[in-house]
Structure formats: C-alpha cells, structure tokens
Design a protein around this ligand. Structure first.
Ligand SMILES: [Ca+2]
Length: 459
C-alpha cells in the first residue's frame, strides 16, 4: 500500500512537478521565481572514547561484534590513515570542536577532575556547533564534553542548543559520579537526575533529537563514553557514590568481557541512530561519521600498531574512522589519504554552505572533495605534541621524539608498526623534520599545561 508520508515514494512526482513548475515559471517570468534551495546536509558525528584500531570488526578486530559500525564501512568510506590530534581525551576534543591544534586553544592536556576544575576551553574559541547554529542548524550534543567543569564552559555556551551528558573524563555508567566522587550528569548547564546506563542514555537522547529535528537541518554530536573505564556492561550495577571510595576501573574481574559488552552496547546504539535516520527517510540527507578520540589503552586493541593511548606511536593516535552518506559517498571504498580530527570542522562548514571568517588559524582542511569523489588533499604534514612526546608526519615519513633518546624516523609506507628507525640512514631528512617540528611547537605553544596546573591523574 502506498503511504503518502513516505518521501521516497513521492519524491519523483514532486521532482517532476518542481521541474515542470520551474520551466513554466521561466517561460512566464524568466527572471522571476527560483527553485527552492536544497536542504543542507545533516550531520551525525559519533566519537568513541579510547576505541582502538583493532577494536572493530571492519578493521580486523575479532574480540567484539560490531555489525552496525561495520555497516558504516560497507555502506561508506573507511579511512586507513585517520588520526586524532591528541593522544588523550580533552586535547582531541578541543581540536575537534575548533579545527585548531589544541595547543592554540589552551587545552594542551587533560582537564582532570582532580586538578583542573577551574579550567575550560575559552568561550572566545569558535566551535563547529556555533558556526552551524548561525547557519540555521539545530545543534545537539549527548555524552562526554571534557572541555570544562564549570557551568560557564558548558556545551550550551559553545554553540549547542541541547546538551545531555557529563563534563568530566568519565563517570560511573549508572550512578554518573566522576572519578573524584562528584556527581556529573547535566541537561544544559544544570545538573539533573536521570536513571540509566550512559551508553543507552546517549543513544536515547540522540534518537529523540533526530526525531524532533527531522524537518530542519541538524548537527548531532554523539560523544560516547565507551569503552573508557570504569569497565561496566549494561547488566552491571552502580559502583561509585558521591564522596565515596571506589576503584576507578570498576569492580569487574573479567575486564576483557566487560570491554566487549561496552563496545557492543555502543555498536547497538549506532544501529539505533542509523535506523532512526532510515525511519525518517533522512539517510541520503545525512553524513554520518564515526571515529575515536585516541587509540586504545592496554585493555583494548590497536591491531598491528605500536603503542597505546597517551603515546605518539601510531597506537596513540591512528584511529578508526568511517563516513557514510548514501548517494554521495560511494559504498565500500577505502582511503589512505592522511586525515585528522581537525578536518571535521572545515568539512562540516563547507558541506553546510556556512559562512565562517576565522579570527585565528584553522589547521584542519575540508574533506568535502575526498568524501564526494576521493579528491586527494594537498596537505602533507601533520604534528602531534603531548606531555609524553612529539611527532610529525611528512607524507609517509614519521618522526617520533619521545623519551630521552634521539628522535626516530620511520617510513610508515613500509613499516606501519614503527619497528625500524631510519634516522641514521636518512640524517638529512631527520634533521629537517626535527627543525619543522620545533618550528611548529614555537608557533602553537606548549603541549602541556603550565607546571602549576599539571597533575598526574591522566584521565
Ligand atoms: Ca579518550
């Protein structure tokens, strides 16, 4: 039976009517009526927390079943050389929001629950949510913020119409208490009580946001907690209490199993979000991107990559990334073009047709052409600066300066595992890259908070 509300069925007729109408209007009034402008594309930006290159089926991982995330790969574009701009949570988020290296933004390190409760991403920084809101988009964010604890730093003061979630680095998945024993669950800049497992709540509010804004352009930012600790699956119990003493990692002994349950609950959530787009016939009007804020820690898997979260080895910052936009992005393709979370900002701005005249430098570049028809990027260099080390890429070459030894040089085209240091074999190249990395540091500023603000708790 034909359902009149099914846009897919009425579109050809509607299109024919519009075309006929435009043709007729041009005959009658050539300089007059214009066709309605196309609706700008919607965005669903999903970011996992500490999910590694080897934690997903579509990247060869076998521990967790991730059919819904894998379907983004089979239905879209899989990135093989995509990076987070940080190796830990807050820095990547600052870079993602602004398109600028986080050192420029004043968030070079983790905004910790113990030591940084007064610090936040400056309100003067312009986020993609602010640009899109100005362009007429509905903007919603659900999940982890980690860019400032004080209500004045809340996402609703950085361009998001709606926010539901937490502002610290991690909360108990049930009691929503942060790792120093403070309650941390918010609607906008007000604390609220809400029962439920964090991953389920993020999904529920995301689906509701899609349903409430299906008739206008929207940008939905889904910032998952999984698979960051505490290691709690959907069937577990609350552990942390306000002001209480607890193990931050959780109570599970079988952490590998808990990790799997967390990844799979997030995967279910991705499936629900895509199903909501399908239900409202928005799939071809919506770019869905999925990636991680840094590599996995020792509990997860970075596949064949060296190192983990927090390091400038590939395992710290080369992360999964998928992009799906049926009708625009060809299904089942891969790209080995080097890309980074900083690119999301300019990509969304360009695809939205939004106007933005940045005050400061935007470091990311738009991936619009890459998404549409695999147009390569002209950029050849990327840089990383963390508390524990620095690195840069120049094409396939990677320079790693970590620890006390001399900087090391790797050819990732031949040696993705960063096993063979070629600095001795290519001293001129190594020296040139060391200079360029030094120049970059001079330009963007230090890669850690001033010493008075440093704390050892790294999450
Ligand atoms: Ca993280």
């Amino acid at each position: 039976m034909v359902q009149l509300h099914d846009k897919r069925l009425i579109r050809p007729t509607l299109l024919a009517t519009l075309v006929a109408g435009v043709a007729l209007s041009q005959l009658i009034c050539p300089a007059g009526l214009q066709a309605e402008p196309e609706r700008p594309v919607n965005f669903v930006i999903i970011m996992a927390d500490d999910l590694g290159y080897g934690d997903l089926g579509c990247y060869g991982g076998e521990r967790s079943k991730t059919p819904n995330i894998d379907a983004l790969a089979t239905g879209g574009l899989k990135f093989l050389d995509f990076h987070s701009s940080g190796a830990v949570c807050s820095p990547t988020r600052a870079g993602l929001m602004t398109g600028r290296y986080q050192q420029r933004v004043g968030v070079p390190g983790v905004i910790t629950a113990a030591g940084h409760r007064h610090i936040g991403m400056p309100l003067a920084e312009v986020t993609f949510a602010e640009v899109l809101k100005e362009a007429g988009y509905a903007t919603g964010m659900f999940g982890k913020w980690h860019l400032g604890y004080q209500p004045k730093f809340n996402p609703v003061h950085q361009g998001f119409d709606q926010f539901r979630g937490y502002v610290s680095g991690n909360v108990d998945f049930f009691s929503h208490v942060d790792q120093v024993g403070k309650y941390d669950w918010w609607e906008g800049d007000k604390q609220i009580e809400e029962e439920g497992y964090v991953t389920h709540l993020i999904t529920k509010h995301s689906v509701k946001f899609i349903e409430e804004h299906q008739d206008r352009p929207f940008c939905l930012y889904v910032a998952h907690e999984a698979p960051h600790y505490p290691y709690q699956g959907p069937g577990d119990k609350p552990l942390r209490t306000v002001g209480g003493k607890f193990n931050n990692q959780g109570a599970r002994k079988d952490i590998a199993q808990a990790y799997k349950e967390m990844v799979e609950a997030m995967d279910d959530g991705v499936g629900e979000i895509v199903a909501a787009l399908k239900k409202h016939d928005l799939e071809e009007d919506t770019l869905v991107m999925f990636f991680s804020d840094n590599g996995a820690n020792q509990r997860g898997s970075n596949g064949a990559l060296r190192g983990h979260k927090g390091s400038v080895w590939e395992g710290g910052h080369r992360v999964p990334c998928l992009a799906r936009w049926p009708g625009v992005i060809e299904a089942g393709e891969t790209t080995d073009v080097m890309t980074i979370t900083l690119d999301i900002f300019p990509t969304l701005v360009e695809l939205a047709g939004a106007k933005h005249s940045p005050q400061g430098k935007i470091d990311g570049v738009s991936l619009a052409g890459l998404l549409r028809d695999q147009t390569p990027l002209e950029r050849e260099r990327l840089f990383w600066g963390t508390r524990r080390g620095r690195a840069m890429r120049d094409g396939d070459w990677k320079l790693v300066a970590a620890g006390k030894g001399k900087p090391m040089l790797f050819d990732l085209g031949e040696d993705l595992a960063e096993a063979t240091d070629l600095a001795g074999k290519h001293p001129d190249r190594a020296a040139k890259m060391i200079n360029e990395l030094g120049d970059w540091e001079q330009e963007v500023g230090p890669s850690e908070f001033p010493s008075a603000e440093r704390r050892r708790d790294a999450n």
